[in-house]
Design a protein around this ligand. Structure first.
Ligand code: PBG
Length: 327
């Protein structure tokens, strides 16, 4: 029916009306805060391209996690940034490695905070690729999958609440699931970066994690941003291999993909608002070109509206405080 019988504006005329007919709500419970851990002690290194974000040595990481807990954030995603790298990424799965140590310290202090640990080799390899490379320089899946599985088991042993493989090699969810089960960690969930695009929005993260590939790029294993149907096949494969939560990444540029994944599979769906998304909003906010708080909350709200149940974001702690102030 047409105007004037229908005036959609009628239900927008006051805060009380808008609140009553609001379709989706961003909640602090939805947020996951990424953290970067470096070896040593007393290290708190600002990430130049991500103002407000730091790499922490384990004891300072525990402090930062405390700030997240105080703000009401219930989960963190942990990335190890080692000092030592080699061709096989051996620090990723070393006994007594950096991430297991950080997990133990976090768990000891904040047992109820959920910890997800990133599982990938790119921060650990001297060439910066997510896989062991074959003689021709291409990713060698057969050689890499057992190492990813070892990495995941080392995190599970330390008590991580979930492992999050981010490499986009085929078959890794199945390989990790089998290894976890074999090692007696059948209850450790897998959060799979299922539809992860070869995105230019990861630029600042590579600065944060020292993980830029020294040659080439990740387009041979991460997805072509032009593709949407293929994301559904990726998600389906990971669910069949045993993924418990599937993730779409990046989030803002892929709202359509989030919606299709949620509608198709009805599985717990996460979206990662990545470093480039964060840094653009932060930088424009610092210049006074946008209202950063309003833009960040709108962006997170859009990711929620698109169908994400869980949002990984560098804004998690700030957003939690903003949401509380707005409540
Ligand atoms: C790789 C990994 C990346 C991110 C998370 N895990 C980078 C990449 O694939 O190049 C990106 C996160 C971000 O940009 O915030 N282990």
């Amino acid at each position: 029916m047409a105007y004037p019988q229908h005036r959609l504006r009628r239900l927008r005329q006051s805060p009380a009306w808008r609140r009553l007919v609001r379709e989706s709500v961003l909640r602090v419970e939805d947020l996951v805060y990424p953290l970067f851990v470096v070896p040593g002690e007393g290290r708190r290194q600002p990430v130049p391209s991500m103002p407000g974000i730091h790499r922490f040595s384990p004891e300072l990481l525990v402090e930062e996690a405390g700030a997240a807990v105080d703000a009401g954030v219930g989960a963190v995603l942990l990335f190890g940034v080692p000092d030592h790298k080699d061709a096989l990424g051996s620090e990723a799965y070393a006994e007594g490695g950096l991430v297991p140590r950080a997990v133990r310290e976090l768990k000891a202090r904040y047992p109820d905070l959920l910890i997800w640990t990133d599982v990938c080799l790119c921060q650990y390899t001297d060439h910066g690729h997510c896989a062991i490379l074959a003689a021709d320089g291409s990713p060698d899946e057969e050689a890499t999958l057992p190492l990813l599985a070892r990495t995941a088991v080392s995190h599970a042993r330390a008590g991580t609440d979930a492992v999050a493989p981010s490499d986009m090699l085929d078959g890794r969810v199945g390989a990790i699931r089998a290894a976890l089960d074999e090692a007696g960690h059948g209850s450790t969930p897998i959060v799979s970066y299922a539809a992860k695009y070869a995105s230019a929005f990861y630029g600042p993260f590579r600065d944060a994690a020292h993980s830029a590939p020294s040659h080439g790029d990740r387009r041979t294993h991460q997805m072509d941003p032009a593709n949407g149907d293929e994301a559904l096949r990726e998600v389906q494969a990971d669910l069949e291999e045993g993924a418990d939560i599937v993730m779409v990444k990046p989030a803002g540029p892929c709202l359509d993909v989030i919606r299709r994944v949620k509608d198709t599979f009805r599985a717990p769906t996460a979206a990662y608002q990545v470093s480039g998304e964060f840094s653009m909003m932060r930088a424009a906010g610092e210049r006074g070109w946008i209202d950063e708080r309003a833009v960040a909350l709108e962006s997170l709200g859009a990711i929620k509206r698109a169908g994400a149940d869980i949002i990984v974001t560098y804004y998690a702690v700030e957003a939690a405080r903003w949401l509380r102030e707005d409540a």
